[in-house]
Design a protein around this ligand. Structure first.
Ligand code: HPA
Length: 275
């Protein structure tokens, strides 16, 4: 069995043999948010299943490919479909593609996700910039032997989400009248949605939204010295105590409906980051 660094090198080498593009910005598209990819002028599309050591996506609503192309004229590398802990992958596997991105020269990662809100001020379809997270309900992807070549043993997490990019995104949001919230993402393993008591707990400990992704990728990216910007699309309201049944279909539908707002933000953001 080859070492993690060797595996990452092999994955990156394969991808570089398929594309000569040199993007600095990576994008991860969350559940129901894959339409953003249709805005990318695709130069190269690589199925995850072709990439050595890449996990393969199984969940409905994820197409599972790496896309090299231009978003609003800016070269990007997008992951259409991500890996989740609830699919049975380890948290290190979930975040493996982020490390591959680092090996490919990506400096900034833009993450998106569908999330349930526990903040009474949020509505379905709203966007929330993630300015902090709570990761205690998931497995930390850095558990295990630390590869010095990737980052330090005990990484600082005082500012996982880049403040300058948040400021940039907020000003773009104002210009586009997107009414962006800013708050805390609480990561859970899923696949169950939360019970009433769990949603109440998440609210009580300072979470604004809750979801099943993003944080492991963020931790690995910060460990590797990459800048992270992350945003949630509110797809359901966890703290409604009346008939509050949540389904995956409803989550996908709400994410799909809000996706044009996310796309308009990302299109402007990549240009601003490129300057
Ligand atoms: N909880 C957890 N994950 C989610 C939710 C939720 O309410 N909505 C979308 N992803």
């Amino acid at each position: 069995m080859s070492s993690l660094i060797e595996q990452l090198n092999e994955s990156a080498k394969y991808i570089q043999s398929a594309s000569t593009a040199n993007p600095k910005i990576g994008i991860v598209l969350g559940s129901g948010l894959g339409n953003l990819a249709t805005e990318i002028e695709v130069e190269q599309s690589i199925p995850y299943s072709d990439i050595p050591h890449f996990p393969v996506s199984t969940v409905e609503g994820h197409s599972g490919k790496l896309i090299f192309g231009k978003l609003n004229g800016v070269t990007v590398l997008a992951m259409a479909g991500r890996f989740h802990f609830y699919e049975g992958y380890t948290s290190a596997q979930v975040s493996y593609p982020i490390r591959v991105m680092k090996f490919l020269g990506i400096e900034t990662i833009l993450l998106s996700n569908a999330a349930g809100s526990v903040n009474p001020d949020y509505k379905v379809g709203d966007l929330m910039i993630i300015n902090d997270h709570i990761s205690f309900f998931t497995h930390n992807p850095l558990i295990g032997k630390n590869e010095k070549g990737l980052g330090v043993r005990f990484p600082d997490m005082s500012e996982p989400y880049d403040k300058k990019i948040i400021t940039l995104a907020k000003s773009i949001g104002e210009k586009l009248q997107l009414h962006l919230h800013e708050g805390v993402y609480t990561a859970v393993t899923g696949p169950t949605f939360e019970t009433h008591a769990e949603y109440r707990l998440i609210k009580a400990i300072g979470g604004d939204v809750v979801g099943m992704s993003t944080v492991q990728e963020t931790i690995v990216a910060v460990h590797a010295g990459m800048k992270v910007f992350a945003i949630s699309v509110v797809t359901d309201l966890g703290i409604r105590e009346d008939n509050n049944v949540i389904t995956h279909e409803e989550v996908l539908e709400a994410a799909n409906a809000a996706e044009p707002k996310l796309t308009s933000l990302f299109k402007e953001l990549v240009v601003a980051l490129n300057n």
